[in-house]
Unconditional design. Sequence first.
Lengths: 691, 395
Amino acid sequence: MRRWCVFCSGTGTVGAAALFMPKSSSLPLIRRPWFAFLSSMRFAVALLSLLGIASVIGTVLKQNESTAGYLVEFGPFWHPIFDFLGLYDVYSSSWFVLIMLFLVLSTGLCLWRNIPPFLREVRSYRLQATARSLAHMQHTALVPASLPPAVAQRYLEVNGFAVKSQQRDDGSLLLAAKKGSASKLGYICAHVAIIVICLGGLIDSNMGIKLGMLTGRLVPDSQTILAKDFPPQSRLDSGTLSFRGDVNIAEGQGADVVFLNTGKGFLVQDLPFSVELRRFHVDYYDTGMPKNFASDITVIDKRSGARQEATIKVNHPLTVDGITIYQASFGDGGSSLRFKSWDLASPNPEGTMLETVSMNTFPLTLRQQAYRLEFDQLRPINVENAEAPAAESDWRQKVQDVRSVRHDRNMRNVGPTITYKIRDQAGQAHEYMNYMLPLEREGDWFYATGERSGIGDAFRWLMLPADRDGKLDSFMALRQVWQDETLRNQVVEMAVRDVEPEMQAAFGEAVRNVLRLFSQGGYVAINDFVREKIPAAEQDKMRDFFYQVLYGAASVALDQALAQRQLPAWPADDPARNRFLLNSLDAYTGLTRFSAPILMQLDGYKEVRSSGLQMTRSPGQSLVYLGSVLLILGTVFMFYVREKRLWLLFGPQEVRLAMSASRHPRDLEREFPQHQAKLTQLAKDLSHEQH
Amino acid sequence: MSSIKSNALPQHELLADRRLWARLQWGDWLFAALVLAISVYAQFGFSQHVFDVYEISILWGTALGTVLLGWFFKPLRWYVLLVAGLAYLGVHTYGGRFEAGGERFLLRYFLSSQSAIMWQCALVFMALFCYLAGTLVASRQQGRRNALLGMGSGLAWAAAVAGLTGLLVRWHESYLLRPDAGHIPVSNLYEVFILFLVITGLMHLYYERRFHMQRLGAFVYVFMALLVGFVLWYSLARGAHQIQPLIPALQSWWMKIHVPANFIGYGAFGMAAMFGVAELWKLHRPQAAWLPEAQAIEEVMYKAIAIGFLFFTIATVLGALWAADAWGRYWSWDPKETWAFIVWLNYAVWLHMRLVAGWRGKVLAWWAIIGLFITAFAFIGVNLFLSGLHSYGTL
């Protein structure tokens, strides 16, 4: 049986055979071997497989990373090879685009060859069928001759067939019926869709920019920072067919360009309008996840000066002049920060105020040493999970947990943090992270500053205890006592006041030494001294003694420090006082190991946010959508509309029934006997009523 | 001859109008009326939620689709009504208090989302047991049907009822938990797995009834049981069943149509692979009378892949439309998108090979099984091994 409606059928073999045939100029175009090959299904399937393999490579190998990263990962041998093959940006590499183009070509030629016969086929009722040809079909039978043609036609119509009848010269009558011609239109739709989608994608790809870079018309710039400083060969005017760029705008500021990342630097794309960010909103869930972010923007047309106000958020972009503006990211746009800072080389407890701006760099000169303060992002909200981690093996608890979709986590916002670096003249930098508000640790409150020297390292935390008022004042006053020798000596005097007079001198000397050691290096200095200067047998005893001395003196020192700073006295019977003292000793030890020349405690801020906007012009988008609709329609028609033909030839003696179907022959095995039986039934029931 | 006049025709049953609406019975119209009533209730009964025009379109599109599906596959009529009734009962029993879930007997043991989903998991295992035992009995007796297979189908229906009820109640629970941040439960890997189980179960029940393929239930339910095993591990070990609020990128009505469409595709591909196993079995042991004819199995496998391909195409297109809104481009070659493309290519070539090149038999069956692995990688592997824009359901 001939397969009537198979798209591209058999062209693979035809093509292969035809390739070896001598070329003849009399051959019509669609019979030429190259045409048959290019439009064959084999070629198309090979292209699809290649696309599949290329796509897998593109997902396994991380795309568009930094060159240095690739060099480390693949080594100096493979890196240039991979780079040359375009494996770092597979989807816009020239060979990938070439495969796509061939796919379009192949599908296009296939359509060109098949559309005319298909349309003929859709229109045709196959009225030329003869008694002989019908009798030779796979599904063929005779039905009683008493069947009236009008009844048969009605039967076919209610069963969804379109029917055409033909009175023949020999007196016979042919009813030719067909059903599901849309199936063939489905093929056409689906294959046209592939072409339309690929064309749309090509229009929206960065081919124009790539060509511009190849011909030298466009040169990406990797040094310049400000848009206005970009040289003309790195700028694109607002007439670019399609582009995709990003720009960061701080609150209260505006931009009239976007930056296009080419992988080798940036290009500046001029916009026909400017965008001002009035305000950026961000909300969080109780888990600390962002709930919503939105930008209030004003778009000002450059030519007419017309202003348009809008709010854009994720999933709700704005389209102006064919350019769509998306909410892409957000960050710190340079917030005003106020720090209280202490020069760590000076005992002065009075901090100085420091006004700075985040995301900016400031010079700092301290005792003829020049430093640079590099401020990173201010993060106003930091959510911590204050819950103790559950035991791993507690299955009963886990089974219990599965019953409920709620899991109460004790999430807490612990307030703003600021990250900054202090870089010395040699270029060495340490990174610091400071919490503005005190953090609770085991019932006590601390001002925390983390320090690290490498990006990947963990922060080491300096935890300065807050006093009864939640401030650093008491600790700083105490620190002044440790550091100032005169004050320290006063503490020694007070500490030995109650000791028996003959012991006073010796004990005073011991206290003075312990305090001096502690002031220089905290517990570590005392421990070092004990290890180096005391015989091994005596070390534990001496260390305990020194600690006793230190604790005693520390209490005296606190009283004195508070009095000195005219702060209210802290009663000795308050248990919090003792914990504060111990925490202070730890904190002071930590401070002696702190590498920064100054201590900076964030005291206040005024947040200025920035919004990352992505802007695109993609005229191919509507083509892609059109193609997608065609593709879906085509798929539906192809799979769910079954093309069937049925003939009834009313001859002089007999009525011949025959059926054919393009696909789904098993359907016909069920369906044909049903039609046969029903038509026979109709012939029996209704023949006597006619005539 | 063009003078055949239909007005002069005699009356006959076989000449009566056979169009869809003419074939409908009172049960179909009652079903449509009830779905209409439920939709009206859904739109106006939740006054605290303001529907936008897209949500209303989706609601009524779903209602229309449900009616048509019920007309197309009649058992879905009582399935839909039963699930709606149970879900309503669950929501009603909650009475607006989340805590009621732990207090009320009905919620605690049956209708709270987690209880319903655990019932679904248990019922899938029971269905598997019945299908396996039924298949064993069928192979001994050389018979086609037996009571155990019938019980398997019944349990499979029950599992599907429990699963969809659980999802609907979970939807309500998300609003009880966070009144301003409730969402349809298709937002993470756990939720879509439950959806996957429901959809695959229903599709299998359709094929089973339509093509008399009860004896393939054992194959499909082995696969389902594996998925259930994963779901159980995922919630026990990772606490994945907890309802999390939606990140901004997922706060879109697109999610309501993109994700379910995708899972019709995945479910169909998964089932096709198991049919492939069954076909290979039959080809290997043609004397196994308890299995349907290899050609018949292959026909169903083709039908599953065709419907899967159609919905996968729709889902991918919907995904592109959504991506254009959320990420600013309809196609970013993000790993998830790329793997969706690979899955699509794979089945596109499969279909070409069957329909155009006329391939049949072993190769296509093996290919359908391999297709499942490609699909599984696109579904889970990408989340496990590759990171990208689409990293919502991490393990």
